[in-house]
Design a protein around this ligand. Structure first.
Ligand code: PMV
Length: 321
């Protein structure tokens, strides 16, 4: 056992969305999803197994986490401890290089970095596929952030797999950070309530695999407009089913940014929007259109800043200094 290791992992944006868990298994997705891992949004994590502590500890951006964050980290570490025969508890120190306070999802990069660092600290020789399975115990979407480029997670799968390398489709994601609204419902609760209460849950579960298959074909063909249209359709269908259960992640900033994207498209620019469990609109744009699109999105009402991200690489260990 090496005891301590450091890792870096990047966030990812789902182009075809995962929303809904299988009732019979832990963190198992009910629908397939396809994401792109993003270079601009990273988590750096150090894990150390220690004999002098009797519970796992998690510090994120300098603050000790309690509640669900530590429970999910412990679930991930327990998966590793069971298989690697480790009893020691771990001290985890995690730092995001993007503002966590803005409500941007950090669980994907966070749990992917934790999985890679924990495997390194345990000194076991696991490949990225097995590490992806471990990351899923923290959050389902984290299983995709273990891999760079374009990544797929099948319905019911325990691990994600890489589909195309990061340079397969030239693409920039402009994350339009919305000003603070009321705290969003955690995705875990949002999808549970959607599945229980939404009159459109069944429609979503039927439509999502079809959208996913078409999006994968468009991506294989390097058809930027096809990928963008289907990504926007997937996000709208996911949010429509959630909204029908009373789960509303959007605010006025979201709607204005969506209108700005549609105005740009009406003017002839290939630009598309996607939204996750929060108010921020993520704009998909070709690299040659960034100079035109970025200032328009920055001027959209309520957008406080833009984070520009390109497809990123695998999660990996970084040498300890
Ligand atoms: O795995 P979670 O709990 O972070 O849920 C992710 C849900 C979405 O971000 C909305 C969609 C997705 O596929 O990433």
């Amino acid at each position: 056992m090496n005891r301590a290791a450091r890792a870096i992992a990047h966030s990812n944006i789902a182009l075809s969305k995962y929303w809904g868990k299988r009732p019979d298994a832990y963190n198992s997705p009910a629908v397939p999803s396809l994401s792109v891992t993003l270079e601009g949004l990273a988590t750096h994590t150090r894990v150390e197994f220690r004999d002098d502590i009797d519970a796992d500890r998690l510090v994120v951006n300098g603050r000790e986490e309690r509640g669900r964050g530590i429970e999910r980290a412990a679930a991930l570490l327990d998966g590793l401890r069971r298989e690697a025969g480790i009893t020691a508890r771990a001290s985890i120190d995690s730092v995001n290089d993007f503002p966590t306070a803005s409500g941007l999802a950090s669980s994907a990069s966070g749990f992917a970095a934790l999985a890679v660092a924990a495997v390194g600290a345990a000194g076991v020789d696991w490949d990225l596929a097995r590490t992806s399975e471990l990351a899923r115990l923290g959050s389902t979407s984290a299983s995709r952030s273990v891999f760079g480029g374009f990544v797929e997670l099948d319905a019911g799968a325990s691990r994600a797999h890489p589909l195309f390398p990061r340079d397969h489709l030239p693409l920039v994601v402009l994350v339009c950070v919305a000003d603070e609204g009321p705290k969003a419902v955690a995705s875990h609760d949002g999808m549970r309530i959607t599945m229980q209460k939404s009159p459109y849950a069944r429609a979503w579960l039927e439509e999502a695999p079809r959208l996913h298959a078409r999006l994968r074909d468009a991506l294989r063909a390097r058809d930027f407009a096809g990928v963008g249209e289907l990504a926007e359709a997937s996000a709208l269908a996911m949010h429509a089913s959630a909204m029908a259960a009373g789960i509303v992640y959007w605010n006025a900033v979201t709607l204005d940014a969506l209108a700005t994207v549609r105005a740009l498209r009406a003017e002839g620019t290939l630009v598309y929007a996607t939204m996750d469990a929060g108010p921020h609109v993520k704009v998909l744009v070709r690299p040659e259109d960034v100079a035109h699109v970025r200032p328009r999105m920055a001027a959209s009402r309520g957008v406080v800043r833009i984070i520009e991200a390109k497809p990123g690489g695998n999660a990996e260990l970084v040498p300890s200094s």
